[in-house]
Design a protein around this ligand. Sequence first.
Ligand code: IMP
Ligand code: MG
Length: 185
Amino acid sequence: MENKNPLVEEVIDEILVSEEQIKARVKELGEEISRDYSGREICVLTVLTGSFMFAADIIRALSVPARVMCVFASSYEGTESVGKVDIIKGKGFNVKDKDILIVEDIVDTGRTLQAVSKILLEEGAKSVEVCTFLDKPERRVVELSPKYIGFNIPNKFAVGYGLDYDHRFRQFPFVGVLKPEFYEK
Ligand code: IMP
Ligand code: MG
């Protein structure tokens, strides 16, 4: 199914998580989160840009009331973490006394989520949990274990379903690894 897109044939070397797997997992996570937050309102904090696609799907899978806020976070240039995280709060950002569910595309070193969590606690969030689409536990440099994880993936640079390589390749409905020549460009 995925291979019908000629761009996929051209750039993707290997598929790590298929569109079907993503759909099934998003449904399960939506149910699990809704059970855990039953009777409460969630404030979903979407960490842009990477989590826009996952957040859109997760939010639609929730059966509890949700507010949606966002932050922009960037720590990466190319495929290597630069170790510094920039966070820009979206308009209307107000987390005080709210049950925050951070929705992230991938947790790698953990530095981005550490920086985001610090802001949330400083600004009086009532509770903070993390729902990440992907996790690369091998790469962690700070202690951080997300409560909700879509998929664990090996230590490979992934693209698709919101994840990018230099702002490209976010558009695929699956997660894959690029052919080596694209990482070298
Ligand atoms: P961390 O701060 O090292 O945990 O990095 C998290 C951010 O780096 C993620 O939100 C992504 O934007 C980016 N990132 C880490 N690994 C990958 C990857 O395999 N593909 C695309 N982006 C990645
Ligand atoms: Mg990100």
